[in-house]
Design a protein around this ligand. Structure first.
Ligand code: PNS
Length: 171
């Protein structure tokens, strides 16, 4: 029997936006199983904890067959080994993504020659989206409807509320 084709879609997902979701929906039919893998403890000042990011992603992918959500720290290729996965899925938005993605793909191949990286292109409406821009626009009061899932927006609003409450307590 052939081994199941297991792919990993890794990222920070802080927060998950519709460009990420679009890539997840595109890659699920291509593999037997897709693991959305949240990188833990990378940023010193994350908006959401890893557990919160996982909860948001889980609620968005609940209806997608063969999709599950996990987290990892350390090398991605080591996580893939543990999961029996040999394909990395990454979204490619623009030429500006290319150099970084190219370096990561080659380094990951160097680290484990059985690992292949597959690039998918998101829907053109999301081509300019990044988690960094999403956070900036949100905290400056811009509208993000249609660009991030409801749950990301709700959680960001809660986070904004708690930041404002914290600020109010400062002398
Ligand atoms: O969403 P991001 O921040 O662009 O995702 C980057 C990610 C998580 C894919 C990358 O930083 C990663 O794989 N980190 C794990 C550490 C690792 O394996 N580094 C060597 C990769 S070349």
């Amino acid at each position: 029997m052939n081994r199941p084709r297991i792919a990993v879609y890794p990222g920070s997902f802080d927060p998950l936006h519709n460009g990420h979701l679009d890539i997840i929906k595109r890659c699920c039919p291509l593999f037997d199983e897709v693991i959305v893998a949240v990188l833990g403890n990378e940023s010193k000042d994350p908006l959401f904890t890893v557990a919160e990011r996982i909860e948001i992603i889980r609620s968005e992918v609940a209806d997608l067959a063969g999709c599950r959500v996990g987290s990892f720290s350390g090398l991605l290729v080591d996580f893939m080994d543990r999961e029996g996965a040999n394909v990395i899925v990454r979204g490619l938005r623009a030429v500006s993504d290319f150099e970084y993605e190219f370096q990561m793909a080659l380094m990951n191949r160097r680290l484990n020659k059985r690992v292949e990286t597959v690039f998918l292109v998101p829907k053109h409406e999301y081509i300019y989206l990044s988690s960094k821009l999403v956070k900036e626009v949100f905290f400056l009061g811009g509208h993000l409807e249609g660009l991030v899932p409801e749950m990301s927006l709700e959680r960001m609003s809660l986070r904004l509320g708690s930041h404002e409450a914290d600020d109010g307590q400062r002398p």
